[in-house]
Design a protein around this ligand. Structure first.
Ligand SMILES: Nc1ncnc2c1ncn2[C@@H]1O[C@H](COP(=O)(O)OP(=O)(O)OP(=O)(O)O)[C@@H](O)[C@H]1O
Length: 288
């Protein structure tokens, strides 16, 4: 169907630990050039899935193709095309951040300029510090630098911004948008719904090892259609109404108020609302 082959194709993927299936029949396609965010509660199987795609874990069954190859049989040339940012950072102790990035750049035939990468991830001021002295968020930036210095076609990011302060997250988002703009395919896992919304072309929700939904952030769980809440201020106080036809209600209100509707807002469920509903959060069930 696609003019360009998918970057990742997964069919019937399963992974058992003992008798339990951490991944239990996942089908997934990630298109070339898209940012795909894998969401899901703790233990849903995100890291297991991603590590299988990266070639770091063996699957129990199913078919997997990543950049056209089975990651279990991947060679050095394939590895050079894939960037990986793992959940836990490697320790380089007495090397400086700059030395580590330069060292990693040597592994890749078409590496980016390491100094430019250091600047892009916001580590320029800390580049001469030993990595063991970096803060958690700074170490994470270094992880990201190591993942992208080889100019990968496909980048895996497992919870990339955990431990980042808000400013660092925004800077990281800009780095990801640049990479996307340059044509990099990105698969990321995140617990931050705003991050998925800001970055992802599509999101997939994993729960209990199964992919229960795949859609754009705007459309996930029917978010884009109907189900809006219109709120306004009337003479006797704030009012709100849930409706599947918000435009018609706003038109009625406008007529009633003879123009501007005081305090008018129209809101749809946030990505977090629909996500929590999907994974059956107890809070959401009681709120509904
Ligand atoms: N090496 C392992 N041996 C046994 N069980 C494991 C192993 N790794 C993961 N699991 C189990 O598999 C399930 C999925 O774990 P996984 O790390 O893939 O989840 P996750 O979605 O990435 O979670 P989180 O959001 O907490 O990172 C969990 O129940 C976990 O306990």
């Amino acid at each position: 169907m696609n003019a360009v082959a998918d970057a990742i194709t997964v069919r019937g993927l399963r992974k058992a630990y003992g008798k339990a299936f951490a991944v239990d029949g996942v089908d997934l396609d990630v298109r070339v050039g898209e940012v795909f965010a894998l969401l899901g509660p703790n233990g849903a199987g995100k890291t297991t899935t991603v590590e299988i795609l990266e070639g770091f874990r063996r699957r129990t069954s199913g078919e997997v193709a990543v950049l056209g190859l089975d990651p279990q049989r991947a060679d050095k040339a394939w590895r050079a095309r894939v960037g990986v940012v793992l959940q836990s950072t490697g320790e380089f102790d007495d090397l400086t951040a700059r030395e580590v990035v330069h060292h990693f750049a040597n592994y890749y035939p078409g590496a980016a300029d390491p100094d430019e990468i250091i600047t892009r991830v916001g580590l320029a001021e800390k580049q001469h510090d030993r990595t063991r002295t970096l803060s958690g968020g700074q170490k994470r930036r270094l992880d990201v630098a190591l993942g992208i210095v080889g100019r990968p076609e496909l980048l895996f990011l497992d919870e990339p911004t955990t431990g980042f302060d808000p400013e660092a997250r925004r800077e990281f988002w800009a780095v990801i948008r640049d990479l996307r703009g340059a044509g990099t395919t990105i698969l990321l896992t995140t617990h931050y719904l705003d991050e998925a919304e800001a970055l992802a072309d599509r999101v997939g929700v994993l729960a209990g090892g199964r992919l229960i939904a795949v859609d754009t952030p705007a459309q996930l769980g029917g978010r884009g259609q109907g189900g809006a809440t219109v709120a306004w201020t009337s003479a006797d106080g704030p009012k709100s109404e849930r409706t599947d036809a918000p435009t018609a209600l706003v038109a009625q209100l406008s007529e009633r108020f003879g123009g501007e509707v005081p305090g008018l807002t129209v809101t749809r469920p946030s990505l977090e609302d629909v996500y929590l509903r999907m994974i059956g959060s107890p809070e959401e069930v009681t709120a509904a």
